[in-house]
Write a protein that binds this ligand. Structure first.
Ligand SMILES: Cc1ncc(COP(=O)(O)O)c(C=O)c1O
Length: 236
């Protein structure tokens, strides 16, 4: 289903719909943040049709957007959130969060998994949450994003490379212009050769998902290496 297209959702949702599942900021889908209108519209449609609004916050949650969970940017409340990745700070753990009302239908044993709820994973998740859910960490995300965006804009003004710099917080996507659209993988490889780890999202988006506490000097160094990689790819 097309993202950020409320009419497309309206066309398929009805009273048999159990749930709508969506990432508030698409990760693999190209680092696209839901619009305010789309997210609020989904909430209203779910309420109207008695469907659950389930948000996949595996990439966008745990402080990535500058809020603990990215739905907090949208003035809505989801019914269920899924979270993982940064929840364990590298240790494999995931969680589903929901309201007391919905949780009441899931008694212990209803939804089993071999390693579910193991004490080591839970202790690590609790520690990660205690570190991330602080004003020092969450409050530093926006300034770091700004530093990335300014560096990317400077690269863009030199090479006219990006059609859009998007995402939220430190989930940043730089979409390549159509004439450079096939170069994402080359840019990723050239960046790796400069000692810089970045990601792609699809064939035409460069994705930056740095540590939430990355030092400004590391951003500066990383973006300098990124600029070098870009220069090499465009000269090839
Ligand atoms: C947005 C999103 N949801 C879900 C998953 C799957 O998560 P897990 O590997 O914890 O099952 C991923 C994995 O990359 C993801 O990016």
């Amino acid at each position: 289903m097309p993202f950020n297209d409320l009419d497309a959702v309206k066309a398929v949702i009805d009273d048999h719909t159990c749930a709508i599942v969506v990432e508030p900021i698409q990760g693999e889908g190209g680092v696209v943040a839901a619009t305010q209108e789309f997210m609020q519209g989904l909430r209203a449609l779910c309420d109207e049709h008695n469907a659950l609004l389930v948000l996949d916050e595996v990439q966008s949650g745990m402080g990535r957007s500058g809020k603990l969970f990215s739905y907090e940017h949208y003035g809505i409340k989801p019914d269920i959130i899924t979270t993982a990745k940064a929840l364990g700070g590298g240790f494999p753990v995931s969680a589903m969060l929901t309201t007391n009302e919905i949780a009441s239908v899931m008694a212990p044993g209803v939804h089993g998994t071999t390693y579910g709820g193991n004490p080591l994973a839970c202790a690590i998740a609790e520690t990660a949450l205690d570190i991330i859910n602080t004003p020092e960490v969450l409050g530093g995300v926006e300034a770091r994003r700004q530093q990335f965006v300014e560096a990317l804009q400077a690269i863009d003004s030199k090479y006219d490379l990006f059609s859009e710099i998007r995402g939220k917080g430190l989930l940043i996507g730089a979409a390549l212009k159509p004439q450079h659209a096939s170069k994402a993988r080359d840019i990723l490889n050239a960046s790796a050769a400069e000692g810089l780890m970045i990601l792609t999202a699809g064939t035409d988006v460069i994705r930056f998902v740095p540590s939430l506490v990355i030092e400004p000097t590391d951003i500066e160094e990383g973006m300098a290496r990124f600029a070098k990689a870009i220069a090499k790819v465009l000269a090839a």
